[in-house]
Structure formats: structure tokens, C-alpha cells
Design a protein around this ligand. Structure first.
Ligand SMILES: [Fe+2]
Length: 372
């Protein structure tokens, strides 16, 4: 069978999505699409970089990547500041990991920048003709906060973090989780074998929950009349109530202790690749970041936070609960990716009442990336 590549205009793709027809399979396997996503999505959007708890003192810094670009955010005397974390000399990364520093010194030739990004010391530069330190500061980028979450954006024209995601703070407050009191518990990096959109589109519906997540389904009422899914532009939110049987300890499946001040579960997606999870029980919140690693793999970061005074057993059991759900999801999305790699069928068909957040996400992708 020969397959001719058909380039489709955004209007045609958007109209198909409106009817419940998915993006073509190639959008999940073609390296040129991933490259356009990096340029047109990730380098124009807010990228989560860390939490304020890691940036409380002057000199505290965190590093990360925004659309593949090394970035650093630090606290200096004027507040938070973001920079491209690449030396103006030979483009070695300046800072590593996270910590506290008096200055930013590149580990290659010891070019040294102050906490405002100004280049202050360059060994041997006194003997270099036409060389002025002030011509080579670190390149500044935008760094903004949403509650305790710190983001960077490489696009000077992008709307503010507050304009994109502000109302999600009110929804989180409704859960009983008090963001300002959360304490970091764990942070890990992971890699999966599916396109980043394959993974997020799985996150954006709970139609599969009753089928594929027995433990989650025992804890949360996932029936469509009580489980809500709402798109809000740059973010979308899902919410479910804890099941009465789980609260009474009558679940057939062994669960973590779901009884606590948080009775509602919330699953928020912040465009383009951050998700925030709150589960019933003692105050808890986890953050996941899903970044493309080529078309057929995703590299991720998972952070877990708890309210103050969390019980050790509860923390371990909730983390295990979240891992169980993630493992079940990985099995699903790995299988979907193999289906997409085959290229047939070219289109999927959504159920528009249960999967409208996925459709909303794919529309945002088309609007950012254009036709293909
Ligand atoms: Fe799932």
C-alpha cells in the first residue's frame, strides 16, 4: 500500500476535530512536527521550572529547560530573575541543578556573572583588544509566579502567567489544599515511550478510568454524571468526589487513607505540559511535567508536595497510589504509540461528551503549530 502525504490546512483539521475526528497519526510520530512544537508551542508558552520553596533566599537558583533551551531562575536583591543558562563565551551551560550561589560562574573558562546577570570577571580579558564585559550579560527571560509555582517564558509577547492560569488558584483553594503551606516531599525524573501529546491526551479524559485504573476507580467516583471536565482556555480542570465506600474503608481494593480535609480530587492541565493533581485525604499535591524527547518518547519530572506534618505512612502510600496510576497509564500510552507508529487507522474518533478536553487540546496544538 502506498500512502501519499496529504497536507491539511488548520481550518480542515479544526473542522474535523469539531466532528470528533482526531489529528492524523503522523502528528505523533513525525520529527518535523515535534520540532515545530518545540518552536511554536514550548518556546512561546509558560514552562514550569520549580517552586518558590526552592527560591526563598537571595542566591537560591533552579535550572531547567524551556523548549530545549537551558534556563536558570534565581532570587536576587530585586526579586526573581530568569536567564538563558548559557555562557556568552562558548555557550556552555553556566549553572547546574539547583542550590544557592553568590555569583553565576561558568565551569568551562570561569566567566563569572553576578546575580543580575551582568558579566563581572573574565580571566585574561584585560589583555584582549576591544573586549568590554558590559557587552556580554546573560540573556534575560521572563520569570513569573502562580501561587508557589515559578514559570519562565522565552516569548516577550506572551500573555502573563496570571492571564493564562490565574483562576486555577481559586479552584485549588476550593479543594482544601492551601498552596502556600505545601512542603516539597520528593522529585524525580522519568522517561516514557510515547509522544508527549499521547500521554497528555490520556491525562485529559477519565473515560478510561473505570476500565484501566481499578484502584483509582475505587477511590474516586468517575461516573460521568458526577465527574466533571471543564476547559478554561489555557487550562482545563477535572474534578471527582471520593467514593463513600472508600471513606468507610469498605473498598474491595486496598487503598491509601482517603479520609481527610480534602474530599474532592482535582486534576488540572496547564497548557502546554504541566499537570497538577490533588487527591482526597490529607492535603497533598503533585506536579508532572511532560516534555517531548523526540516524537516517540517523553521525558518528565514528577514532584510531590504535602501539607505540613504529613504522616510518613500516608505520604508513602499516596506516592505509591500515584505511581500505580502512572504505570497503568504508561502501559496504555505505549500501546497507543505503537498504534500511531503503524499509521493505520490514520484518524481516531472521540466521544465528544467524554473527551472534549482532548479535542480542546488538539485544537490548541493546531492553532499553535498550523497545518501539516
Ligand atoms: Fe489514566
Amino acid at each position: 500500500m502506498t500512502m501519499t502525504r496529504q497536507v491539511e490546512a488548520p481550518a480542515i483539521l479544526l473542522a474535523a476535530l469539531e466532528r470528533g475526528e482526531s489529528l492524523p497519526a503522523r502528528w505523533y510520530t513525525d520529527p518535523s512536527i515535534t520540532e515545530r512544537e518545540i518552536t511554536l508551542v514550548f518556546r512561546k508558552s509558560w514552562n514550569y521550572i520549580g517552586s518558590l520553596s526552592q527560591l526563598s533566599a537571595i542566591g537560591d537558583y533552579v535550572t531547567g529547560y524551556a523548549g530545549g533551551v537551558p534556563v536558570v531562575v534565581l532570587r536576587n536583591e530585586r526579586g526573581l530573575a530568569g536567564f538563558i543558562n548559557v555562557c556568552r563565551h562558548r555557550r556552555h551551560e553556566v549553572m547546574k541543578g539547583r542550590g544557592n550561589a553568590k555569583a553565576m560562574q561558568c565551569g568551562y573558562h570561569a566567566w563569572t556573572y553576578d546575580l543580575a546577570g551582568g558579566l563581572k570577571r573574565v580571566p585574561r580579558s584585560a589583555a584582549e583588544p576591544n573586549f568590554r564585559l558590559e557587552d556580554f550579560p546573560l540573556l534575560p527571560i521572563r520569570a513569573e509566579t502562580l501561587g508557589p509555582f515559578v514559570f519562565v517564558n522565552l516569548d516577550a509577547e506572551a500573555p502573563t502567567v496570571q492571564a493564562c492560569y490565574g483562576p486555577v488558584l481559586d479552584l485549588i483553594a476550593r479543594s482544601g489544599v492551601v498552596l502556600d503551606t505545601l512542603e516539597p516531599y520528593s522529585r524525580e525524573e522519568w522517561r516514557s515511550h510515547a509522544n508527549w501529546k499521547t500521554m497528555l491526551e490520556n491525562y485529559l479524559e477519565c473515560y478510561h478510568c473505570a476500565v484501566a485504573h481499578p484502584g483509582f476507580n475505587a477511590a474516586i467516583d468517575v461516573r460521568p454524571d458526577v465527574y466533571t471536565l471543564e476547559a478554561h482556555g489555557y487550562f482545563s480542570s477535572q474534578s471527582g468526589q471520593v467514593r463513600a465506600a472508600a471513606l468507610q474503608g469498605k473498598s474491595k481494593i486496598k487503598l491509601y487513607d482517603v479520609a481527610g480535609t480534602v474530599a474532592e480530587s482535582q486534576y488540572h492541565f496547564l497548557w502546554p505540559n504541566m499537570t497538577i493533581n490533588i487527591n482526597p485525604g490529607f492535603p497533598n499535591l503533585s506536579v508532572d511535567i511532560w516534555s517531548p524527547d523526540g516524537p516517540n518518547a517523553t521525558k518528565g519530572i514528577s514532584e510531590q508536595y504535602f501539607g505540613p506534618g504529613v504522616d510518613k505512612d500516608f505520604a508513602e502510600e499516596l506516592v505509591a497510589f500515584n505511581k500505580q496510576v502512572a504505570t497503568e497509564d504508561d502501559t496504555l500510552t505505549d500501546s497507543v504509540q505503537r498504534g500511531l507508529l503503524g499509521g493505520l487507522p490514520d484518524r481516531g474518533r472521540f466521544l465528544t461528551n467524554s473527551e472534549h478536553l482532548v479535542i480542546h487540546f488538539q485544537k490548541m496544538i493546531v492553532n499553535a503549530v498550523g497545518g501539516a
